[in-house]
Design a protein around this ligand. Structure first.
Ligand SMILES: Nc1ncnc2c1ncn2[C@@H]1O[C@H](COP(=O)(O)OS(=O)(=O)O)[C@@H](OP(=O)(O)O)[C@H]1O
Ligand SMILES: Nc1ncnc2c1ncn2[C@@H]1O[C@H](COP(=O)(O)OP(=O)(O)O)[C@@H](O)[C@H]1O
Length: 207
């Protein structure tokens, strides 16, 4: 049974009859979490959506949770202090856990800069349910890309606590996959993720 805080001591767990296993059987595929992490501009969103596109086209049930979008809704009360980022990732971890039960292949695109919070998210799930994908791109290249012009603002001091400039990013030591997005094309990067899903028997060789 999941962790319970004192505040929710009187909330009792109700066991569902329609289980994850039954949903997976109905969908004819497993559910899983593909957790993309990396600096702003490293390619998380582009890659997550491109992988989703391929999975959707072959009929799988998918959802991308993207940092920028989720911060307009579920996490609109959070900023970029360490405390707020930790709460952001806690909520996303819990959300992905719900989506696992719903039978969905979830792709998350959050900087998720802290090792401890990524490990906590992983610990909510069974072994193999959480696949950590490090979108690796040197800071200098992310800054050259400056997709949204945020690095420029951060260097000018117009944005505080900016990851890589004035807020830390703790690189994964042992990710399931590390993708060098500064060396590979988008298509090659997508292929690396698809190959991993085949290796883990999420996709069959035919798909
Ligand atoms: N201070 C600061 N630092 C980093 N990023 C910033 C900041 N302010 C705004 N943004 C924009 O917010 C996106 C990152 O949000 P996340 O929810 O992924 O961040 S975190 O995981 O909670 O650290 C990030 O999106 P990506 O560029 O897609 O990573 C930025 O567009
Ligand atoms: N192999 C690659 N994978 C993903 N993005 C890439 C790759 N090569 C170049 N890019 C480019 O890098 C930028 C990454 O931006 P984005 O996906 O918004 O990053 P993030 O979500 O990490 O902030 C995009 O302009 C994208 O076209």
């Amino acid at each position: 049974m999941p962790h319970q805080s004192d505040k929710s001591a009187n909330a009792l767990w109700h066991r569902a009859t329609v289980t994850r296993q039954r949903r997976e059987q109905k969908n004819a595929h497993k559910s899983i979490v593909l957790w993309f992490t990396g600096l702003s501009g490293s390619g998380k969103s582009t890659l997550a959506h491109a992988v989703e596109e391929q999975l959707h086209q072959i009929g799988l049930n998918t959802l991308v949770l993207d940092g920028d979008n989720v911060r307009h809704g579920l996490c609109s009360d959070l900023g970029f202090s360490d405390t707020d980022r930790k709460e952001n990732i806690r909520r996303i971890g819990e959300t992905t856990k719900l989506l696992l039960e719903a039978g969905v292949i979830t792709l998350t695109a959050f900087i998720s800069p802290f090792k401890a919070e990524r490990a906590t998210a992983r610990s909510l799930m069974l072994d193999g349910d959480f696949i950590e994908i490090h979108c690796f791109c040197p800071l200098t290249v992310c800054e050259q890309r400056d997709v949204k012009g945020l690095y420029k603002k951060a260097r000018l001091g117009e944005i505080q606590d900016f990851t890589g400039i004035s807020s830390p990013y703790e690189e994964p030591e042992n990710p399931d996959l590390k993708i060098d997005t500064h060396r590979l094309t988008l298509e090659e990067s997508v292929q690396q993720v698809i190959s991993l899903l085949r290796d883990r028997n999420i996709l069959s060789a035919l798909e």
